[in-house]
Design a protein around this ligand. Structure first.
Ligand SMILES: Cc1cc2nc3c(=O)[nH]c(=O)nc-3n(C[C@H](O)[C@H](O)[C@H](O)COP(=O)(O)OP(=O)(O)OC[C@H]3O[C@@H](n4cnc5c(N)ncnc54)[C@H](O)[C@@H]3O)c2cc1C
Length: 190
C-alpha cells in the first residue's frame, strides 16, 4: 500500500510528492500532463529568473523522480475513502493509499466525488490544505477562485505534505537541510 496518493502532476502535486517521498513516505503521482504550465513562461516564480513553463516542469519532474516517486501517466477516474485510507481508480486498476492529495488544477470533480465540503465552487480546506475528509488534501487551482500562480500551488502542495509528515511522525515536522545534507545526497561541490 502506498503511503501517499497524489492526483495531478503540476506544481502543486509534484511539490507535495517531493516533500513526502524525500522524507520517507512512499508516494505515487498520477498525471495526464495537461498542466497549465505548458502555456506559461515564468517571470514571477521567486528564484527562477525567466524560464519556459514546460522547461520548469521538466526540471521539477527530474527532481521529484530522483527521489524515487512512482510516476504514472494515467487518468484517475474515481477516488473513494476506505476504512484505512483511499482508493484511486484508473483504467489500469485500483491503487490503495493512506493519504490522498488532490492537485488536479481547476478541475474539482474528484473532490466532489469524494464528498469534500465546498464553499461555492471551491473546495474547502484549512491552512494545511486538508479538506473536510480526514487525510484528504486539496491544493492549487482547485481551492482558489482566480489567484492561480505556480508558486502558490507549489506552496499548497508543500503545506499538505508537511501536514501529512507531521501526522506520521507524531510531532510538527519541518524539512530543513544544511550544506552537509546536500553533500551527502549529491556529493561534494566541485
Ligand atoms: C496562459 C497561462 C499563462 C500562465 N502564466 C503563469 C505565470 O507566468 N506565472 C505563474 O505563476 N503562473 C502562470 N500560470 C498559472 C499556472 O500555470 C498555474 O497556476 C499552475 O499550473 C497551477 O498548478 P496546479 O498544480 O494547481 O495545476 P496544473 O498545473 O493545472 O496541474 C494539474 C495537473 O493535474 C492533471 N490532472 C487533472 N485531472 C487529472 C486526473 N483526473 N487524473 C490524473 N491527472 C489529472 C493535469 O493533466 C495537470 O497535469 C499561467 C497559466 C496560463 C493558462
Amino acid at each position: 500500500m502506498t503511503n501517499v496518493l497524489v492526483v495531478g502532476g503540476g506544481p502543486a502535486g509534484l511539490s507535495a510528492a517531493l516533500f513526502t517521498q524525500k522524507n520517507g513516505l512512499e508516494t505515487t503521482v498520477f498525471d495526464t500532463d495537461g498542466t497549465w504550465m505548458h502555456k506559461a513562461h515564468l517571470f514571477n516564480y521567486p528564484g527562477i529568473g525567466s524560464q519556459d513553463g514546460s522547461a520548469y516542469m521538466e526540471t521539477l519532474r527530474t527532481q521529484v523522480d530522483s527521489f524515487g516517486v512512482e510516476h504514472l501517466q494515467q487518468e484517475v477516474t474515481d477516488v473513494a475513502a476506505t476504512d484505512d485510507g483511499f482508493t484511486v481508480t484508473t483504467e489500469e486498476g485500483d491503487h490503495e493509499g493512506s493519504y490522498l492529495v488532490l492537485a488536479t488544477g481547476a478541475d474539482r470533480d474528484l473532490a466532489d466525488a469524494l464528498g469534500c465540503a465546498f464553499d461555492g465552487d471551491l473546495v474547502e480546506v484549512d491552512l494545511s490544505m486538508e479538506t473536510s475528509v480526514d487525510d484528504a488534501y486539496a491544493t492549487g487551482a482547485m481551492v482558489r477562485a482566480e489567484e492561480w500562480q505556480a508558486i502558490i500551488s507549489a506552496g499548497d502542495g508543500a503545506a499538505a505534505a508537511l501536514n501529512i509528515l507531521s501526522k506520521e511522525k507524531g510531532e510538527h515536522y519541518h524539512d530543513f537541510d544544511v550544506p552537509a545534507d546536500a553533500a551527502a545526497t549529491f556529493g561534494p561541490e566541485e
